[in-house]
Design a binder for this molecule. Structure first.
Ligand code: ACO
Length: 457
C-alpha cells in the first residue's frame, strides 16, 4: 500500500471549561501567571459521569458515523491512554461494544500506555500493520484519550481532557513520511502515577520541562540525520533546518513551553550550522551563544529568551495556528499533539497546507519521545480526501465557543467529587445531562462488582 497515513480525524472535548484568568484569582496567584506565563486561556474538564471509556466511546462513534464507515471495514483498533480505571481490562475491549451489532470481532490492537506517548505508539503500530504482511485490506483506527487532572497547586492549571480518533490507511491526505523518525527514550521520574487509588500524578514540574526539552534536542538530531542521509542517497548534500518544515506541532503541556521549544529548535539549527551569519538575518546578534553546548543550556533564561525572540516569526507562522485546542481546552495528554494537528487543519487554508511537510514532536514523561513528519497531499480540490478532512474540522472554533463556562469554585467542587468517587463500586455518579454535548456517552452506573454501564445522550 502507498501513502499510508491519516485519512480522517475526530475530536472530542468536554462541554464545560474554566476561564484561566478567573482561576488565577480563585487560586490567589498573580494575575497573568496562567494566561501570559503559561499561555493558557481556558481549561476543559469532564463532568462527574465521564470516564476514559465514555470519552473514547464518544469519539470512535463520531468518527464512524460522520465518516459513514461500516463497523466491518475496521480491522484494527488501538487505544493510547494513561487514564487507568482497570489494571487489566483495556479500554479497547469496552469499545468493542460499538461493533457488536455488526458482528465484527476480528479487530486487532489493544491499549498502549506511557504518559502522553501512547497515542503516537499506537499510530506507529497502526501504520506498521497497514504496511505489513498481516494487513487484511481494512482500516485501522487509533484512539487517544485522557482525563488530565492535577491535585490543587501549581500544576492544576495545566490540566485538560479529551479524546481523538484517527482513521489510518493507504492513499491518505496526511502521509507518515517513511524512514523519517527520531526517537529518544530514557528512564526518568519526571511525572508518573504510582498511587493507583488517585487520578493525580506525582510530578516534578521543572524536571519534566528539562526532560521534555532534552528529548526534543535528541529527537530533532536523529530526525535531521535521517533526513540528510535520505537526501544524500538522492545526491543532495545540505543540512536540514526548520525551513524544511512548513509547520511544526508539539505535545503541548502548556502553550508557553511550545513557544520555547520552537526557540530551542532554532538553537539546534544555529549550533549545527557550519557558518551562520550573525550580522544580519535570523541569527543576528546571536554570536555570544556560538560556543554553547546544548546540554549546558536547559536552565539558562538568557539562552531561552534570545532564541525565543529570534524565533518569534517562525513560531507565528509554523506553530501558532496549531495551539487553538491547547490554549482553550488545555493538555489532553495523549491526544495533545493530535489536537494540535486538528487545530492546524482547522485554522489554515487548503492552499497553505497542500504539499507541505508538518513536523511533529510527541513526548510522554518517564520518558518516551519521537519526532516524525506528515506530508500533506498536493490535491486540495473540492471533494478530494484533503478537502473532506479539512471540512470535517472547520467547525472546531464554533464547537469550543458552544461550551459552558463554569466558575472556579464549581470546578473545584467537581474535582473533589471525582477524587471521592472515581474508584467506588456500587455507585451512581452525579452528573447532569446538561453538562454533555448531544451524542456523548456517559457513565450511568458502577455495580457492586465494579462493572461499568454506559448510556448515550
Ligand atoms: N504574569 C506573567 N507571567 C507570570 C506571572 C505574571 N503575573 N507570574 C508568573 N509568570 C510566569 C513565570 O515567569 C513563568 O514563566 P517563565 O518560565 O517563562 O519565566 C511562568 O509564568 C510559570 O511560572 P512558574 O513560577 O515557573 O510556575 P510554577 O512553577 O508554579 O508551575 C509548572 C509551572 C511547573 C509548569 C506547573 O504548572 C507544572 O508542574 N505542570 C505540570 C507539569 C508539566 O506540564 N510538565 C511539562 C512536560 S510533561 C507533561 O506533559 C505533563
Amino acid at each position: 500500500p502507498r501513502d499510508v497515513g491519516i485519512l480522517a480525524l475526530e475530536v472530542y472535548f468536554p462541554a464545560q471549561y474554566v476561564e484561566q484568568s478567573e482561576l488565577e484569582r480563585f487560586d490567589g496567584v498573580e494575575a497573568g501567571k496562567y494566561t501570559r506565563g503559561l499561555g493558557q486561556q481556558q481549561m476543559g474538564f469532564c463532568a462527574a459521569h465521564e470516564d476514559i471509556n465514555s470519552l473514547c466511546l464518544t469519539v470512535v462513534q463520531r468518527l464512524v458515523e460522520r465518516g459513514k464507515l461500516s463497523w466491518d471495514s475496521i480491522g484494527r483498533l488501538e487505544v493510547g491512554t494513561e487514564t487507568v480505571i482497570d489494571k487489566s481490562k483495556a479500554v479497547k475491549t469496552v469499545l468493542m461494544e460499538l461493533f457488536r451489532e455488526s458482528g465484527n470481532t476480528d479487530v486487532e490492537g489493544i491499549d498502549t500506555t506511557n504518559a502522553c506517548y501512547g497515542g503516537t505508539a499506537s499510530l506507529f503500530n497502526a501504520a506498521s500493520w497497514v504496511e505489513s504482511s498481516a494487513w487484511d485490506g481494512r482500516y485501522a483506527v487509533v484512539v487517544c484519550g485522557d482525563i488530565a487532572v492535577y491535585a490543587t497547586g501549581n500544576a492544576r492549571p495545566t490540566g485538560g481532557a479529551g479524546a481523538i480518533a484517527m482513521l489510518v490507511g493507504p492513499n491518505a491526505p496526511l502521509v507518515l513520511e517513511r524512514g523519517l523518525r527520531g526517537t529518544h527514550m530514557e528512564h526518568a521520574y519526571d511525572f508518573y502515577k504510582p498511587d493507583l487509588s488517585s487520578e493525580y500524578p506525582v510530578v516534578d514540574g521543572p524536571l519534566s520541562i528539562q526532560c521534555y526539552l532534552r528529548a526534543l534536542d535528541r529527537c530533532y538530531a536523529v530526525y535531521r540525520r535521517k533526513a540528510e542521509s535520505q537526501w544524500h542517497q538522492a545526491g543532495m548534500k545540505r543540512p536540514f533546518t526548520l525551513d524544511d518544515f512548513k509547520f511544526i506541532i508539539f505535545h503541548t503541556p502548556f502553550c508557553k513551553l511550545v513557544q520555547k521549544s520552537v526557540g530551542r529548535l532554532l538553537l539546534n539549527d544555529f549550533l549545527a550550522a557550519p557558518n551562520p551569519d550573525t550580522t544580519a538575518g535570523l541569527y543576528k546578534g546571536l554570536q555570544p551563544f556560538r560556543d554553547l553546548k546544548l546540554e549546558d543550556t536547559y536552565t539558562s533564561k538568557e539562552v531561552e529568551k534570545a532564541f525565543q525572540t529570534a524565533s518569534q516569526e517562525i513560531f507565528n507562522q509554523k506553530t501558532k495556528p496549531s495551539l487553538l485546542l491547547s490554549s482553550r481546552n488545555g493538555n489532553m495528554y495523549t491526544p495533545s499533539m493530535y489536537g494540535c494537528l486538528a487545530s492546524l487543519l482547522a485554522q489554515c487554508s487548503a492552499r497553505d497546507l497542500a504539499g507541505s511537510r508538518i513536523g511533529a514532536f510527541s513526548y510522554g514523561s518517564g520518558l518516551a519521545a519521537s519526532m516524525f513528519s506528515l506530508r500533506v497531499s498536493q490535491d486540495s480540490s473540492p471533494g478530494s480526501p484533503l478537502d473532506k478532512l479539512l471540512s470535517s474540522l472547520a467547525d472546531l472554533p464554533a464547537r469550543l465557543d458552544a461550551r459552558k463556562r463554569v466558575a472556579p469554585q464549581d470546578f473545584a467542587d467537581i474535582m473533589k467529587q471525582r477524587e471521592e468517587t472515581h474508584h467506588l463500586a456500587n455507585h451512581t455518579p452525579h452528573g447532569s445531562q446538561e453538562d454533555l454535548f448531544p451524542g456523548t456517552w456517559y457513565l450511568e452506573r458502577v455495580d457492586d462488582k465494579y462493572r461499568r454501564q454506559y448510556a448515550r445522550k
